[in-house]
Design a protein around this ligand. Structure first.
Ligand SMILES: [Zn+2]
Length: 466
């Protein structure tokens, strides 16, 4: 039992003063003047009381060539809890194994280690030609609690699917309610540009943006939106990075396509300039899509504010400096060119606070912030029956967010298992004072509290809703 008293409750419909009473892992009551009835009290006056953050894009314990992402399900979920996130949906599998193998493996990685609840997406590289079989496959995913799949339009020879495969996935999704997510970059065009850059001797991280420019993202979104339109199926674009891609997404929505978009803090805060420094420094900012320009950042902030971007996730995929240097081929002398640098950034701990800066700076409403980091991810990814709102009966996943707390985002202040932070030197305003996972206090003032490995459970997800 716990009574969180005297805070400002926020969800997408608005803000109001109130208390939240927690009992037996659930929200028991929401209202004003609630009596503790013996429950311990937490004084939330001056703070926001919000549904726990839900990060629907993480890569924990992921093998990438010769190395693996630095956070496993324990360190990654402890870091998430410290930053106010109470549920992650991780991408199971590296893409080469069968969906069954991937799920088994990911359950084994998470089971007994996670300190907050979690779910899995599956990466799909092939879809049966026969519609009935495709439908059966997707139904089976849903029966196993996996309500979303991701298909890659990039990385030929490894993960990329052709348009016919994507169309079959969209058809099976329409029939089953599974949500189709796409990594929208035109893989053939990226490959052509990579070869061209290497031929010209551009082998360092500074060459990354020219090989994956905004138009490569925009072109893929246009194609995918066309397929979703023909199929009459909802489509979700992960990690949107550019104004050009946003424009395509908005055009599709205006044309009636049920297209939803996610972005990540790196595209709201970082620019491609980070890739221009000394290669060993710049290597720490390698990710795909790469960070863009200030104009792109501004466009994305506007889209979060007006709802054109529905969700902010992280694409959390941290690497240590040494792992970046060794690269995907494990050369003792370090990577030969930028294509061998493992790509991805840490972010699961800093997402809530970084995006709150949008509220602090007057760029977006507090309601939009809460919806982008918790409400919309819950609804779209089939977690709404358990999480994402302050309603009696739902899991008591709650964050008391102190809007006046300040924190430096240097790696030394954080719990993600990396030796660098993309936001070194940056100080944010607003940090969780308390993170509650199913009624249990898993973090206080950004430090782990009663965060027992194994407390976090797999949450079977349902079909996507709006
Ligand atoms: Zn990702």
């Amino acid at each position: 039992m716990l009574l969180i008293r005297g805070g400002t409750l926020v969800d997408r419909s608005g803000q109001r003063p109130g208390d939240v009473l927690i009992s037996a892992e659930r929200i028991a009551k929401v209202g004003t003047g609630l009596e503790p009835g013996g429950a311990p009290l937490f004084d939330a006056s001056g703070a926001l009381v919000v549904p726990g953050g839900i990060d629907v894009h993480t890569h924990l314990d992921l093998p990438v060539g010769a190395v693996r992402s630095a956070d496993d399900f324990q360190t990654g979920t402890v870091a998430a809890a410290c930053g106010g996130t109470t549920c992650v949906v991780d991408f199971a599998g590296g893409g080469r194994e069968s969906p069954d193998e991937a799920l088994r493996e990911w359950h084994a990685k998470a089971d007994g280690r996670a300190v907050i609840d979690y779910g899995f997406h599956l990466t799909v590289t092939s879809v049966p030609e026969e519609a009935g079989q495709a439908r059966q496959l997707f139904s089976r995913f849903l029966q196993q609690g996996v309500a979303s799949v991701k298909l890659y339009m990039a990385y030929p020879d490894r993960l990329m699917v052709d348009d016919a495969t994507l169309r079959r996935a969209l058809d099976a999704a329409r029939e089953t309610g599974v949500l189709v997510c796409v990594h929208a970059e035109d893989g053939a065009e990226v490959d052509r540009r990579v070869k061209e850059a290497l031929r010209e001797g551009a082998a360092g991280p500074e060459a990354l943006p020219r090989t994956r420019p905004p138009e490569v993202e925009a072109a893929a979104i246009r194609r995918a939106a066309g397929l979703a339109s023909d199929a009459g199926t909802r489509l979700y674009v992960v990690h949107l990075s550019s104004a050009a891609g946003l424009e395509e997404a908005r055009r599709a929505v205006a044309g009636g396509v049920d297209l939803l978009v996610e972005t990540c803090p790196q595209y709201l805060f970082l620019t491609a300039e980070r890739l221009l420094g000394p290669p060993e420094e710049a290597a720490n900012f390698v990710c795909a899509p790469p960070p863009r320009s200030d104009e792109d950042r501004e466009a994305l902030w506007g889209a979060v504010a007006d709802g054109s971007v529905a969700v902010i996730s992280t694409d959390h995929c941290p690497f240590r400096k040494e792992d970046r240097r060794r690269g995907v081929r494990a050369r003792p002398e370090g990577w030969a060119d930028f294509t061998e640098i493992p790509g991805g950034l840490p972010g699961v701990e800093t997402r809530m606070s970084l995006t709150y800066q949008g509220v602090a700076e007057g760029r977006l409403s507090v309601e939009r912030w809460v919806d982008a980091v918790a409400g919309a991810p819950a609804r779209l990814f089939g977690l709404g029956h358990r999480k994402g709102a302050l309603e009696p009966g739902l899991d008591a996943d709650i964050v008391v967010f102190d809007p006046s707390a300040t924190r430096g985002l240097d790696a030394a202040n954080l719990h993600m298992r990396t030796d660098h932070s993309p936001y070194e030197g940056k100080v944010v305003t607003g940090w969780p004072a308390l993170t509650v996972s199913r009624g249990r206090i898993v973090a206080r003032d950004g430090q782990p509290a009663d965060a027992d490995p194994g407390w976090g459970r797999f949450i079977p997800r349902k079909a996507s809703s709006s």
